[in-house]
Design a protein around this ligand. Structure first.
Ligand code: HEM
Length: 287
């Protein structure tokens, strides 16, 4: 059918711009530099885009945790696949900032001082929800009790890690009932035994295996984001200190060793060649 021209909307109808609050959204980019430096727009928009995606990731993580606590491996897996796709985008997005020359950033950097990504409440929520809760990181919000409450709630509540262990127990893996945030040697051994059983025989409980691999992929993309971020930071500010008061690149490099699921990574070390995945292919998956 040929294009018949636009539909004419009444002013009281729902429109694209009203539904998405486009007018309000476009008011939110307020440069600190005056006159506004050309690149400050990019700097603001890229951070705002990250914050919007963090919001979506948190939304999906909460749902994923609920699914695991209800022992539903495949719905939890489905949530994670979306989170991973978003994270792939976020890893690449940081490189747009490399089109900003270091001297251009210097033109407006001091205007942002002492604001810093270190204060991103949503980034901390993602970490805490993944199982990387750390009271020390709450110190930066001393004068923001509402943010501290949010993080305390995340710290006390279920996480991807705790919900995963919950699901593993439901699938009859011998995961200890109580696990400390930093598991002691005995807890570690028991969890590693269970993970070894899962990874040695993926077909026995295939949904749990796929879920576990999605969790490790989530972890992998979080590390990749940290690595890409630190490289971009080094390329733009070299060895300067961060506006948040840290040593900058040195501090950020120290965070790249963080793992949400360290035992899922470690378990691979102890796998043996036998039996082979294909040899077990016809075994019934325990759904
Ligand atoms: C030119 C661009 C950027 C520079 C120079 C930069 C620099 C830094 C530095 C130096 C830190 C360490 C804390 C401090 O002392 O300030 C940091 C932390 C952080 N930045 Fe960036 N950053 C840039 C872009 C971004 C973008 C686009 C995001 C997206 C949200 C982001 C998110 C974060 C987060 C979440 C942290 C805390 C990391 C942690 O503590 O593990 N940064 N950034």
């Amino acid at each position: 059918m040929p294009y018949e021209g636009p539909r004419v909307y009444r002013r009281d109808e729902l429109t694209y711009n009203r539904y998405l609050k486009v007018e309000e959204l476009l008011q939110l980019q307020q440069p600190q530099s005056d006159p506004a430096h050309h690149d400050e727009m990019l700097f603001i928009i890229i951070h705002q885009a990250y914050e919007l995606w963090f919001k979506q990731i948190i939304h999906e993580m909460e749902s994923c945790i609920r699914a695991m606590m209800a022992h539903k491996a495949l719905p939890a897996y489905r949530r994670l696949t979306r989170i991973i796709k978003i994270m792939q985008l976020l890893v690449n997005q940081i490189h747009i900032l490399e089109t900003m020359a270091p001297i251009d950033f210097l033109q407006f950097r001091e205007k942002l001082n002492p604001a810093s990504g270190f204060q991103s409440i949503q980034f901390r929520e993602v970490e805490f929800l993944a199982g990387l809760g750390n009271e020390k990181l709450m110190g930066v919000f001393l004068n923001w009790p509402e943010y501290r409450d949010t993080l305390q709630r995340r710290l006390d509540g279920p996480t991807l890690r705790s919900a995963y262990y919950d699901l593993m127990r439901a699938y009859k893996y011998r995961i200890p009932e109580k696990i400390s945030r930093e598991p002691d040697e005995k807890e570690r051994e028991q969890i590693l035994d269970a993970l070894r059983e899962l990874y040695q025989h993926p077909n026995h409980k295939l949904p749990v295996y796929f879920l576990s691999e999605a969790l490790i992929e989530f972890d992998e993309y979080l590390v990749l984001w940290r690595q890409h971020h630190v490289l971009v930071v080094e390329r733009v500010i070299g060895g300067r200190k961060g506006t948040g008061g840290s040593s900058g690149v040195k501090y950020l490099e120290s965070t790249t060793s963080k793992r949400c699921f360290p035992l899922l990574w470690e378990a691979r070390t102890y796998l043996t060649k036998e039996p082979q995945w294909e040899a077990e292919e016809n075994e019934v998956s325990d759904l």
